[in-house]
Structure formats: C-alpha cells, structure tokens
Design a protein around this ligand. Sequence first.
Ligand SMILES: Nc1ncnc2c1ncn2[C@@H]1O[C@H](COP(=O)(O)OP(=O)(O)OP(=O)(O)O)[C@@H](O)[C@H]1O
Ligand SMILES: [Mg+2]
Length: 264
Amino acid sequence: MSHPLAHEIPGDDVEQPLAVEQPLVGGRLTAGVVRVGDTVRRPASPASGFVARLLAHLAGKGFDGCPRHLGSDQLGRDMLSFVPGHVPPRWQRFTDDQVCRAARLLRRLHDATRDLAPTLGGEVICHHDPGPNNTVFRGGQPIAFIDFDFAAPGDPLEDVGYLAWAWCVSSRPDRGPVTEQARQVRALADAYGLGPTGRDRLPAAIGERLRRNEAFWRDVQDDAAASVPRARSAELVAWTRHELAYIETNQQIFIAALGSPGPP
Ligand SMILES: Nc1ncnc2c1ncn2[C@@H]1O[C@H](COP(=O)(O)OP(=O)(O)OP(=O)(O)O)[C@@H](O)[C@H]1O
Ligand SMILES: [Mg+2]
C-alpha cells in the first residue's frame, strides 16, 4: 500500500508503472524532499552544483558515509541515493559509542576531502551541519551523513565544534550533568583524533559555531521569503542564545575536560 501522503509522478518511461513519491519529513529548510524507490529527490538549490561535485569526489575516494549523487530527474530535482536506516528527528542524549562513531565518520569525511579542499581555499571540506538530524543510523549506530547543502571549504574545527554541540552538549536536564557532557566531548575529540592545538581551540570553536547558528536563524527570521515560519526561527534564535550562555557559563569545565591527560 502506498504512503497516505504519497502522490504519483510520471516515470521516465511510459511503459513503466508510475513512480510513487513518499514525502520525507524531518528537515526544516528544504520543502519537497521525497523518496522514490531507492532514490531521494530534493529541489535544486544554489548548492546543488558543489554538492554534486563533492559527492562524486567522495565516491571516487571510496567514502561510503554519504549518499551518491545520481544526477537530476525529469523535474530538475537533485537525485541522490536513499541511505536506508533511521534519522533521529530530535537531538537527544547519545552513548559514548554513538558519539565516537560519529566523530570517526566526520574524520573520514574530512580526510577524504584533504586533496580537494586546498584548491578551494580550506584545509578540508566541512559538512557544516553534521547534527544527528542529518545522520543516518543503522543498527543504532551512525553510518552516514546526509544533507550537504552547507558544505564548503573550511577548518575541521568548525565541524568538530558543531559535532560536539549537537551530539553532546545541552542545557536540558534530561541531557545529563555538564561534567558528563564535557567528558563526552573529550571522548569525541579523542575519537576524531584531535591534536593538542585542536583540543585547546575546541571550547572556543563550539561557542563560535553557536554564534554562527544564531546569526543564521536571525537571517532566516528576517527573510520574508523563508520557508520556516517566523515564529519558529525566532524560537531557534532564542534557543541558540540560551545554549550559548550555558556553554559560556560552563566554559572552564569543558576546558578542564579537554585538557586533562587521556587514558594510558
Ligand atoms: N539520501 C538520503 N537517504 C535517506 N534519507 C534521506 C536522504 N536525504 C534526506 N533524507 C530524509 O529526508 C529528511 C529531510 O532531508 P534533508 O535533511 O535533506 O532536509 P532539510 O530540510 O534540508 O534538512 P535541514 O533541516 O537539516 O536543513 C531527512 O531528515 C531524512 O530523514
Ligand atoms: Mg537535514
């Protein structure tokens, strides 16, 4: 039986049965993401060209932690491979194992771009949005990142900072004590393989990513054409400010956890 919200589009070949489109919900920014068989169709955006190039580069490197770019469909949408698994709709508390696997996945992604990035002006290509909501889990473990719309050349710390925030840090009481969060950030840094300089810079990098997030949602809020309702973007601005204050208040705890000697 088809999905209750599904509708049909003509297939490429009139002899073929009509392809069924299944809406994929969970994203905030891109309206109209659908699944068709083993593929995902996303409306083309200004990022489409770079994302296609990046995903082709990653495929050439044998990196399997992302979708494949399959071209455009007859409606001009980007066609990507559907990565089977579960994408968590909300940020939540994760185990050390899940966090460390996400960190190693990010490291592999970065390493696979080290030859491409310098020609474009960065050390690596950053995903720039590697939250759990853009991660496919299989068997309870993160196995792939999706949604490369914000990917661009950058400093690895931009992504490691975002990863630490999105996967480990939150002011919500159900996310555990801050000392425990800081310990998990340390585990994440170890799993990524961050050196001493990166470790020293990580607490500031987390704060910097939150400031950028706040500016991003503020821009969305001010954009009359944005697909996100204004009340929702205002909420996200306020939430990011609140989380930034939490991180700044607890800065010394994160610095201490990252600076302490690792296990023998
Ligand atoms: N290649 C893929 N494989 C599997 N599922 C996918 C894929 N691409 C998208 N999805 C699903 O579709 C949902 C929305 O896609 P996507 O994350 O690209 O939208 P978005 O609105 O740009 O997200 P964001 O809010 O992170 O900007 C995802 O949460 C995921 O469940
Ligand atoms: Mg997304």
